[in-house]
Design a protein. Structure first.
Length: 263
């Protein structure tokens, strides 16, 4: 195995980072400083040290994380709680998030130390489907749904969105659904205007533009007040994983996302 790959899969850092560590002389193999990232090592018998500390090979890891609203998808932030605050720092140096969710968006987020896995899920040409559940102020008629399904303009100078799938779950007025909407503080609803229309549903997209789901629904006349990602590809969020909690993906789940057995 290449030295840089070994380090990346042992939670030392991402491949680009560990290559710099190697070139700067921070890595020893069997007591000798090595500065060549492509050096072949035996992960089972060679002793690899990073800053004089033995590195144990952990292999590729894949996490399912149920992101709560209010934290940002980043490793560190001076003012906001981040997704990595929910993990043990000692195990996450080489792990990164696959894509991102907005601060106020909940739901399925994947983390890994496998660059190929990230490429598989995020490369635009792969057209990986991502499904979101939403509550929004407004309504969606057949013409609105047709626009979302065929492609809609969401910003000046931007091309049409790719075809999406839309399924309306519930629609009516706010006073009839306020107890079903998982929103602690809905400032956009005036207590004297409980007859405002609301709609919930599922939107499935294959792109990853900035705030895309919110912007698509806004272009269709709706203002999103709650958003949760429930699936990526064929992988559904495990609802037994509570907000702020995580678990390893099973081998079956990993294969489902890769589209074939990995080995």
């Amino acid at each position: 195995m290449r030295l840089d790959k070994f380090l990346a899969e042992s939670s030392v850092g991402r491949r680009k980072v560990v290559r710099n560590y190697i070139k700067e002389g921070f890595i020893k193999v069997n007591g000798k400083i090595i500065t060549e990232p492509a050096m072949e090592i035996n992960e089972n018998s060679d002793v690899i040290k990073f800053l004089c500390k033995v590195v144990s090979y952990t292999g590729k890891v894949y996490y399912m994380f149920n992101k709560p609203a209010g934290c940002i998808t980043a490793r560190k932030d001076k003012t906001n709680k981040t997704i990595f605050d929910f993990f043990d720092d000692d195990k996450m140096n080489g792990v990164f998030h696959v894509g991102r969710l907005d601060k106020d968006t909940e739901g399925l987020l994947l983390l890994t130390n496998d660059g190929e896995f990230e490429h598989k899920l995020m490369y635009p040409q792969k057209h990986m489907e991502k499904t979101y559940f939403f509550w929004a102020l407004g309504s969606l008629d057949e013409e609105n749904k047709k626009q979302l399904q065929q492609g809609i303009y969401i910003g000046k100078g931007e091309i049409l969105t790719k075809p999406a799938k839309i399924e309306v779950h519930k629609c009516g007025i706010y006073k009839d659904f306020k107890h079903e909407m998982p929103i602690e503080n809905l400032n956009n609803i005036d207590s004297n205007q409980y007859n405002q229309p609301v709609v919930s549903g599922y939107l499935t997209i294959t792109e990853g533009r900035n705030h895309q789901v919110k912007r698509m629904l806004k272009a269709a006349g709706c203002y999103v007040v709650y958003l949760k990602r429930i699936s990526i590809g064929g992988l559904m969020l495990d609802e037994s994983v509570k907000k702020g909690q995580y678990r390893f993906l099973t081998e079956v789940e990993i294969q489902k996302l890769f589209g074939k057995p990995r080995y």
